[in-house]
Design a protein around this ligand. Structure first.
Ligand SMILES: [Zn+2]
Ligand SMILES: [Zn+2]
Ligand SMILES: [Zn+2]
Length: 463
């Protein structure tokens, strides 16, 4: 649509208030998704006892004959509105495992819990921000490299500098190992959790296979990219007793020691034919801190993980989809990331590595796992949170949801995205308004809290 056509269309929408109200209601129910799925079809509710139809819905009566469903995408670059919902669900998921709620017992707050950050080893010197005793330091001091380049950079890189994470000498950087490490990260994490259980068993003085009789380990982890194109892992790890009660004879220090030792020792064999040494391991930069202290509260940890759960591979969403290297030219990717994509593609063509399907995962630089995973016992699920939201919305609309009735659905996919650019514009405007309203509400809550704390402080000072 041209600009004029969009204006004409908006006027036409506004001219039919009833249809427009119903359209807006549908659009609002998608949370002003930027790319909704359009469906046509019907749902009927049938009484389980009598077989009578108690209510029916058909899209034939809806604007454009379709029903809109939110796209539900995780990445902020793909759909700002849906990623806000995803982030909020991720927050609830983490928080429920830390302080209870959403069907999780509040006693989890008293269990040993640690926040863990695991990174990859070095695959070659890259531009980075360095600090010593809080003072920013130059990137790299000089050292000759075998390719004749002097590995030195005396700049103090500001945050967000595009140079950060790029190699000082690209010939020194091991692209092959980087991609294969990304491909091994999920297996390395799995082996690490097994190693933690072994360490806990040793601490308890029981055989490894009996550890589940004494303690239950649960976790939630997210995977995120560092600027150098390598994934790293943030995880919440919790220790319960075998029946969900408190673990006997172990505290948060025991858990922290076990996780640290396990991460230092864990290894995952490289895929056969990788020809790059013995096994994939974590790097030296390892951080394990108890949750509940001042620098890792339930809120900060949940907020931190939720934020990372909505990030895209390159920060701009250029690598959100599968791609062929021939598409790289149009993506305007930094050369370092483009080279990692090409390397993954090349490795995907090697017979000995075919099991890794690296061509399908070239856009994720070799990483093949899920962005957010959790063990069953950690807390609730995304599915349960979504179901609760649907039920809540139905109740707010005043609909009765009878658990005894059965829904009979008949849906067909019509298209993805808004029907036209006029609707897309309306939705984007509403979405922007909502983000702004949320920001104000957050600021108000913050101000109220600060005011309350100040009042409290004054009351304490003048009893
Ligand atoms: Zn969406
Ligand atoms: Zn530098
Ligand atoms: Zn070099």
């Amino acid at each position: 649509m041209t600009g004029d056509a969009v204006v004409k269309y908006l006027l036409a929408r506004a001219a039919d208030p009833v249809a427009h109200a119903r359209w807006a209601e549908q659009a609002r129910s998608t949370g002003w998704c930027s790319c909704p799925v359009r469906l046509s079809g019907s749902t009927a509710r049938v009484d389980a006892g009598t077989g009578e139809v108690t209510s029916a819905f058909t899209t034939a009566d809806e604007p454009d004959g379709t029903l809109l469903k939110a796209c539900g995408q995780r990445r902020a670059t793909a759909c700002p509105s849906c990623s806000v919902v995803y982030r909020s669900d991720a927050y609830q998921l983490v928080a429920a495992g830390l302080r209870g709620g959403k069907g999780v017992a509040e006693e989890v707050a008293t269990r040993p819990r640690v926040f863990v950050t695991l990174t990859a080893p070095s695959f070659g010197p890259v531009h980075s921000r360095r600090e010593r005793a809080g003072v920013a330091r130059p990137c790299h001091t000089g050292r000759p490299c075998p390719h004749g380049a002097r590995i030195a950079c005396d700049r103090i890189h500001p945050p967000g500098d595009p140079a950060l994470g790029t190699p000082l000498c690209s010939a020194c950087f091991d692209y092959r190992a980087t991609v294969l490490w990304n491909a091994s990260a999920t297996e390395l994490w799995r082996r690490t959790t097994i190693a933690v259980r072994r360490r806990l068993a040793a601490r308890l003085g029981v055989p490894s296979r009996q550890v589940s009789r004494h303690a239950r380990l649960s976790y939630l982890k997210v995977v995120e990219y560092q600027a150098r194109g390598v994934v790293h892992v943030h995880a919440v790890v919790r220790l319960d007793g075998p029946d969900g009660g408190p673990p006997v004879g172990m505290d948060v220090t025991d858990l922290a020691v076990a996780v640290t030792a396990a991460a230092r020792a864990a290894s995952a064999p490289w895929p056969p034919g990788a020809l790059i040494g013995a096994a994939a391991r974590w790097g030296d930069q390892l951080d394990v801190r108890p949750i509940g202290g001042a620098d890792a509260t339930d809120r900060t940890v949940a907020g931190y993980i939720a934020k990372y759960a909505t990030k895209s591979t390159d920060g701009l969403g250029r690598l959100d989809h599968r791609l062929h290297p021939s598409q790289l030219a149009t993506l305007d990717l930094p050369e370092h990331l483009a080279r990692l994509v090409r390397t993954a593609w090349e490795l995907g063509g090697e017979d000995v590595l075919s099991g890794l399907r690296l061509r399908a995962w070239a856009h994720t630089l070799g990483f093949r796992g899920h962005w957010l995973t959790k063990s069953r016992a950690y807390s609730t699920t995304f599915g349960a949170l979504r179901a609760a939201r649907v039920l809540h919305a139905a109740q707010r609309r005043g609909e009765e949801v009878d658990p005894e009735s059965i829904a009979v659905k008949d849906w067909r996919f019509v298209s993805r995205g808004w029907a036209n650019s006029g609707d897309a514009l309306l939705a984007a405007t509403a979405a922007a308004h909502r983000v702004e309203a949320r920001r104000h509400a957050r600021q108000d809550r913050h101000d109220t809290r600060t005011q309350r704390e100040e009042n409290h402080g004054q009351a304490a000072a003048h009893p």
